[in-house]
Write a protein that binds this ligand. Structure first.
Ligand SMILES: *[C@@H]1O[C@H](CO)[C@@H](O)[C@H](O)[C@H]1NC(C)=O
Ligand SMILES: *[C@@H]1O[C@H](CO)[C@@H](O)[C@H](O)[C@H]1NC(C)=O
Ligand SMILES: *[C@@H]1O[C@H](CO)[C@@H](O)[C@H](O)[C@H]1NC(C)=O
Ligand SMILES: *[C@@H]1O[C@H](CO)[C@@H](O)[C@H](O)[C@H]1NC(C)=O
Ligand SMILES: *[C@@H]1O[C@H](CO)[C@@H](O)[C@H](O)[C@H]1NC(C)=O
Ligand SMILES: *[C@@H]1O[C@H](CO)[C@@H](O)[C@H](O)[C@H]1NC(C)=O
Ligand SMILES: *[C@@H]1O[C@H](CO)[C@@H](O)[C@H](O)[C@H]1NC(C)=O
Ligand SMILES: *[C@@H]1O[C@H](CO)[C@@H](O)[C@H](O)[C@H]1NC(C)=O
Ligand SMILES: *[C@@H]1O[C@H](CO)[C@@H](O)[C@H](O)[C@H]1NC(C)=O
Ligand SMILES: *[C@@H]1O[C@H](CO)[C@@H](O)[C@H](O)[C@H]1NC(C)=O
Ligand SMILES: *[C@@H]1O[C@H](CO)[C@@H](O)[C@H](O)[C@H]1NC(C)=O
Ligand SMILES: *[C@@H]1O[C@H](CO)[C@@H](O)[C@H](O)[C@H]1NC(C)=O
Length: 569
């Protein structure tokens, strides 16, 4: 040992011994040793200190060790105390008493993102609580844990609607929060066909349990999107145009210490969501009806759809499963609960191109709807209101009864993942977007000259100021930079379910629609779903070598160029 070089270090160590080792640091790292007889440790300036988990199920390993002079890093030790896996980089010394909750093999926990500009301020209807639920430049960790038998049953019955009460732990940068008896289910419809499963988490509506003010969540597997960024970009865009939608952030998910991968974390629109978004979290807020459009009901025998068509006076025709009710009734839904929705569709049905803006405004927040339709078009939402009359909500806000708020959701088949022929989604002419001319609400509202002029202006502005390579690429690149190590990790994971190839019944429940003969899906709906498999790189940057799929960046570049060309004419 070169004592002279180490002298300052020795003095400092001696000083800290004398002073009762005041500069010990509590090291905290989230890690998941492969086997239970392995250990997690921190190596501080070449000395190894074992860390311990607070319980056998915890992912967080902590322990005291001296503050580093040069560097520290985490390792996994085998039962012979040999290093099994080591972080390949050095961490900088900290003078703080405790580290944040670091993650094994990730060198940074907060990232520099080039956020999208807030092009439009949030609409007046929004009064959202301030919350740290989504801090996009960090990736927290969530663990679902408990009864493995229940988890196995959930995973083995992947297309059934089961739920089990399990425990959930949230590991933020500076906090760990544990929740018991959280209802865990599998989420999504088409997302259940692949081994990487999506989950729903529900804390009890009554009681104090909440995560940053929210109680109901979805963990989105992002498994249909090889780029992992489409939902992030879509939700971030909705936020940038100031309309109500879920927020989005990334999390790492574990289930009973098994890694599930990189997930998208979003909100489920159930209580207290409407109070959080429209009433600043007011606990005495009584939500109105929140209706979800989901195309058609399971086993539906009558041809009724969730396109906001008016079906006459019979509320039963609204309750056949094409709409679901998310808030506004505590009881099981009855046909009466659809009366308000029926009134809304009756109004839409009664309008003409002469219906005044003032009259429309009594029944619809037209600004929200206009911005939402602009984004549906610009980002090529192919499983949404205009296209598949699907994945949208309309909310009857009690603050202005009868005036509906439109809310888009489920944004996985967007930005080049297409259920329609690409030409229809890439067109620069808004009126060629599939469904624009046939859905009751778009065809009626935009038959009003003032409204369609405004719609065109919003599309043009958003193309110039947002859905534009110069603005979106830097955002996307910064997100990719953040998630890349987790994407690589995710790609090594086998998934907890199995492939469940869909039957025609899954794709088209109840045979409600005959895709070869008809029309309700509008022009351009695809019947051939076979396509070239994409990698992360090709799905993000192209080339896709396909006429059926466009890369994220390719879609944005082509769409914005087509829109600008259309307006030049
Ligand atoms: C740790 O060990 C390496 C090589 O074994 C040596 O170069 C380095 O100086 C040591 N660092 C400290 C702080 O002792
Ligand atoms: C500092 O950390 C070392 C190594 O874990 C431990 O032996 C010692 O007790 C700690 N000192 C204090 C004051 O916590
Ligand atoms: C130390 O703590 C401060 C305040 O919490 C924080 O801003 C800083 O990033 C921490 N430094 C390190 C190296 O963790
Ligand atoms: C949740 O945690 C509590 C306390 O540790 C435990 O008693 C309970 O069994 C756990 N629930 C499940 C479903 O494992
Ligand atoms: C675990 O879940 C299964 C399936 O729901 C149930 O039969 C069993 O009783 C549960 N075990 C415990 C210890 O709660
Ligand atoms: C639809 O039909 C299937 C198969 O017959 C049945 O299991 C399911 O419960 C039905 N769903 C509804 C909502 O009636
Ligand atoms: C309006 O509703 C009536 C009665 O259901 C229906 O026949 C008609 O097609 C609807 N018109 C439009 C434009 O939706
Ligand atoms: C309402 O529609 C349902 C479903 O088609 C039908 O069974 C019922 O007879 C209708 N009620 C009336 C009053 O027409
Ligand atoms: C479009 O952008 C222009 C210039 O920034 C602005 O004056 C106008 O109000 C915007 N209109 C809409 C509908 O966004
Ligand atoms: C769909 O419609 C076509 C043409 O009318 C018909 O030949 C075919 O049998 C229908 N398919 C189903 C599944 O109903
Ligand atoms: C379906 O599309 C794929 C890729 O776009 C193509 O290779 C295949 O020939 C098509 N199949 C049919 C039946 O058109
Ligand atoms: C597209 O074609 C190029 C050139 O043959 C090839 O390198 C690339 O891997 C292909 N991409 C995909 C997604 O198949």
């Amino acid at each position: 040992m070169k004592l002279n070089i180490l002298a300052p270090l020795k003095i400092s160590l001696l000083a800290s011994l004398v002073l009762g080792q005041a500069n010990n640091v509590t090291y905290n790292v989230i890690a998941f040793p492969e086997s239970p007889d392995m250990f997690v440790a921190v190596i501080v300036d070449n000395n190894t200190y074992r860390l311990a988990a607070s319980t056998s199920g915890s992912l967080l390993y902590s322990g005291n060790a001296p503050a580093a002079q040069n560097e520290y890093h985490y390792v996994i030790l085998d039962n012979a105390n040999q290093v099994n896996v080591s972080e390949a980089f050095s961490r900088s010394p900290t003078q703080n008493e405790t580290t944040i909750n670091e993650f094994f093999n990730r060198s940074s926990v907060t990232h520099q993102l080039n956020y999208l500009p807030q092009v439009y301020e949030p609409v007046p209807a929004i009064n959202r609580i301030k919350s740290d639920l989504h801090v996009l430049n960090q990736i927290p960790t969530i663990q679902i844990w408990g009864n493995q038998t229940a988890i196995d049953i959930l995973h083995k019955n992947q297309v059934q609607d089961l739920d089990f009460e399990l425990n959930v732990t949230y590991y933020g940068l500076n906090n760990v929060q544990e929740f018991q008896n959280v209802k865990v289910s599998l989420a999504g419809r088409s997302s259940r066909w692949i081994p990487k499963l999506s989950y729903g988490l529900k804390m009890k509506t009554k009681g104090d349990q909440n995560l940053y003010g929210y109680k109901k969540f979805k963990l989105r597997a992002l498994g249909m999107d090889p780029s992992y960024v489409r939902e992030c970009v879509s939700y971030s865009t909705l936020k940038a145009v100031g309309i109500p939608a879920s927020g989005f952030s990334y999390v790492r998910l574990f289930i009973n210490k098994q890694p599930a991968g990189l997930y998208g974390f979003i909100e489920t629109f159930q209580d207290p969501w409407t109070a959080n978004v429209f009433a600043g979290g007011d606990t005495s807020y009584k939500p109105g009806y929140l209706y979800q459009g989901q195309l058609a009901g399971e086993n539906q025998t009558v041809s009724v759809f969730s396109d906001l068509s008016y079906y006459g006076d019979n509320t039963t025709l609204y309750s056949l499963g094409q709409y679901k009710i998310k808030t506004g009734t505590d009881k099981d839904e009855t046909p009466d609960d659809f009366k308000e929705l029926q009134d809304f569709t009756k109004f839409i049905n009664s309008t003409s191109s002469d219906t005044t803006v003032e009259e429309w405004e009594k029944h619809l927040d037209t600004e929200i709807f206009t911005r939402a339709m602009a984004i549906e078009d610009l980002l090529g939402f192919s499983d949404a209101y205009m296209t598949l009359l699907n994945n949208f909500y309309v909310y009857n806000d009690p603050k202005s009864p009868g005036r509906y708020i439109y809310i888009p959701a489920d944004l996985d088949t967007t930005i080049g993942i297409a259920l329609y022929e690409l030409d229809y989604l890439l067109t620069g002419n808004y009126s060629e977007h599939p469904g624009f001319n046939i859905r009751p609400l778009t065809s009626k509202l935009f038959s009003n000259q003032i409204m369609v002029n405004h719609y065109q202006q919003v599309i043009l502005n958003l193309t110039q100021q947002l859905v534009n390579p110069d603005i979106m690429y830097p955002f996307i690149d910064s997100v990719v930079n953040m998630i890349y190590p987790d994407v690589e990790w995710d790609l090594t994971l086998p998934g907890m379910g199995t492939f469940h190839l869909p039957s025609m019944e899954d794709i088209n429940p109840g045979g409600a629609e005959n895709t070869t003969s008809n029309s309700i899906f509008g022009p351009g709906f695809k019947t051939n779903w076979t396509d070239i498999p994409q990698t992360f790189e090709s799905s993000l940057n192209g080339p896709t070598n396909s006429t059926a799929t466009e890369s994220v960046k390719g879609f944005i570049a082509k769409k914005s160029a087509n829109v600008l060309a259309f307006y030049k004419k």
